[in-house]
Write a protein that binds this ligand. Structure first.
Ligand SMILES: [Zn+2]
Length: 340
């Protein structure tokens, strides 16, 4: 279906209340398989401080504020502990069900998302990349963004991209497109090579390391914020320690990185950490060995970003998730699609 026709259909179905009604009635044949785990990353309200990569990565607060009450009206919202219990016990889901998850551990999850979740008493899970928590460190994709926003250069040559062609970066759109292309290219190569190419890029942009690591520009949560949320209905899971693409590092290093993250979280929070989500999470970003390892060290679930619903047929160690799209009529239409 052409995009504009699809959007018109989504809008009509949403504003007439039909998409919500369809989810409720059409979910019956799906019965036990009607659980969608939504994945968010950042919740944002100031567009000058990031390069907008779409709603799954940069989700606007104004959309989030509309979505949470809608989701609460239309679906049953369960915690990840409950989702895993329902799957493992074979009980499944008697109603269309949603779980809300966030990857990485951004500060805005506390400042912007948490007040909304709390006001509506909605459970959520945040998967933390533990090495970044309580530091001014950033994920490597955020480092790319910060460097591109800070640079005075109007063009750049990167030997590893587009055969070294000179690329214009004088507008925000060009910077955003370049950040997406670089991230895409660097996700496909071994982790050790990725670090070298990043440094190469920062040198070419003539951006100082202290700008990339600016403590005033803290992007991630600190442990006080994590503890406060943990005491108030938010579940914390592991998203690895250093957030590499785990299939691009040697297996033993990847296992160590996962274990370290679980240990750090358990020490900091004084409770078992049951849930894990792979960084990036596509099929090519993990392996059977990593899945088995997560089970062996005591996780009760592992989440991917393979899109789809979950139910009694699913393995809790290969949960599917769905990206949180916006605005609300789009989310409502996309969620409906899984049930009709
Ligand atoms: Zn991540």
């Amino acid at each position: 279906m052409k995009k504009h026709i699809r959007n018109a259909v989504y809008r009509t179905l949403h504003y007439s209340g039909l998409s919500a009604a369809l989810v409720k009635t059409a979910a019956k044949p799906f019965g036990k398989n009607s659980c969608i785990i939504l994945v968010y990353h950042r919740i944002v309200d100031d567009s000058s401080v990031y390069l907008d990569k779409g709603s799954v990565v940069h989700h606007h607060l104004s959309d989030f504020v509309d979505e949470i009450p809608y989701l609460k009206r239309t679906f049953q919202i369960l915690s990840m502990d409950d989702i895993v219990d329902r799957i493992s016990s074979g009980e499944g889901f008697d109603r269309p069900t949603i779980a809300i998850t966030f990857d990485d551990g951004y500060l805005d999850n506390y400042t912007l998302a948490y007040p909304v979740l709390k006001a509506h008493e909605v459970p959520a899970t945040i998967y933390l990349a533990t090495s970044l928590i309580g530091t001014s460190g950033k994920t490597w994709t955020d480092q790319i963004e910060v460097a591109l926003l800070a640079t005075k250069k109007r063009s750049i040559v990167l030997p590893f991209l587009y055969e070294g062609k000179e690329l214009a970066i004088s507008t925000v759109e060009q910077k955003r497109d370049l950040s997406i292309s670089v991230a895409k290219a660097l996700k496909e190569i071994p982790d050790a090579d990725r670090r070298g190419r990043l440094l190469e890029m920062f040198r070419a942009l003539e951006v100082r390391a202290d700008i990339i690591e600016d403590p005033d520009g803290r992007l991630m949560l600190n442990w006080d914020e994590v503890k406060e949320m943990a005491a108030n209905g938010i579940t914390f899971g592991s998203h690895s320690h250093t957030h590499p693409i785990l299939s691009r590092v040697p297996l033993l290093d990847a296992q160590e990185d996962i274990k370290r993250s679980k240990q750090v979280l358990e020490e900091r929070l004084g409770q078992p950490i049951n849930h894990f989500a792979y960084p990036n999470g596509r099929v090519e970003d993990f392996s059977d060995e990593l899945r088995d390892y997560c089970q062996k060290i005591g996780f009760s679930s592992v989440a991917t970003v393979i899109y789809g619903t979950n139910g009694t047929e699913s393995s809790p160690f290969c949960l599917k998730r769905v990206g949180a799209v916006s605005p609300l009529w789009m989310m409502s239409g996309e969620l409906m699609r899984y049930f009709v």
